[in-house]
Design a protein around this ligand. Sequence first.
Ligand SMILES: [Zn+2]
Length: 257
Amino acid sequence: MTDAVTLPRFAAQKGRRTRGRTWWAQRWVDDVEQAALDSNTLKGGRVYARGGLVGPLTFAPGLVSADVHTGEETLHVRIRVDQLDEREWGQVLATLASRSGHVAQLSGGTLPRELDDDLAAVDVSLVPSMFDADATCTCEEWDVPCRHAAAVLYQAAWLLDDDPLLFFLLRGREGQEILQIRHDSHEETSHASFDRSCSPVSASDAYAAIPGPLPAPPHTRGTPVRPGWLDDAPPEVRADAVWSAIVTAISRYGDRA
Ligand SMILES: [Zn+2]
């Protein structure tokens, strides 16, 4: 079971940039702002977010939730996003397996843009679309998202800046679990290839081993032709004996084939 994560609330931060530092947090915020119906509501959300009135935030599979304390009342905000299905998680795992650099970057707190590009090619995204999100709040405002939900969404971007693995949790799986699966997979793959190619063998075993079959001998045709140089051999060389040895060797080689 995938656990929810609750993160410490932000203190008031006057003048803080609300749209995130990283490309993935900025995409999250861009999506929020494009899906919103009223820019004044977003402005109110930014004021709440910077004012330290939100939190702590909880991330869970398919859900970001937090309370917003306005001083007059406490509102309960829940933002539901789509989780990835089995096919989509299969694509994520396959993509991570295909490039070990992705895992290294994720472990270092970076969501690689190339990973996003690779997943987009198979119609998968780790960054949820706010156009598919469902934001609810216990206030009576009509805007969607209301100022309180917008504040939660902005602060969620700040947390995603520092920890893009929260996208994995939102999409239904724990990021560390995914990275561990990929790490173990790489370990098994490297061990398996080592076993196949580098099993140690002692020198005595290697020399004692029965050699494999010899390659087939070249096809020989007819009777060997006696080379002329044998007739011009020095007197101490018995030309007939040399010739006899050559013929014997060739015939034995042919018999073994
Ligand atoms: Zn509200």
